[in-house]
Design a protein around this ligand. Sequence first.
Ligand code: CA2
Length: 148
Amino acid sequence: MSDPRRVLVVQGPNLNLLGTREPAIYGTTTLDEIHAVLAAVAKASGAELEFFQSNHEGALIDRIQEAPAWADGILINPGGLGHTSVSLRDALAATGLPVVEVHLSNIFAREEFRRHSTVSAVAVGVVAGLGPIGYRLALEALLQRLAA
Ligand code: CA2
């Protein structure tokens, strides 16, 4: 049997607050609930996941730099850093791994400053505006790509 596909799931600043505040924008689902769904999808497909959330740009970059030692791909919601961080983008590009970017909200329908992502240009695809199910769709697409 071939090795399991391994995906690092990276969650950026403030995503630990999901389900506790701003339900009108981000819904009532918690990050743990999102991760439980992803874990079930991974289990059903024989894949392995590791989850990492941080509110610190440097911690996110350190973890992303370590990713190639274990992971075959990266699923990331960069949070607000996706609109500003060149360093996060550079770290993702440097891994050489396929990256799928997810946003719960439709960043293109929100404030002007949210309509650009530094990460998108180094991602193989972007899912935005579909809420928690977007993570599931993004993981399935990434796993399919890794299997191809
Ligand atoms: O839509 C998304 O997934 C975002 O990446 C979420 C970020 C936001 O800065 C991006 O523009 C779009 C925010 C993360 C969650 O922030 C919360 C703040 C308060 C309560 C709950 C979540």
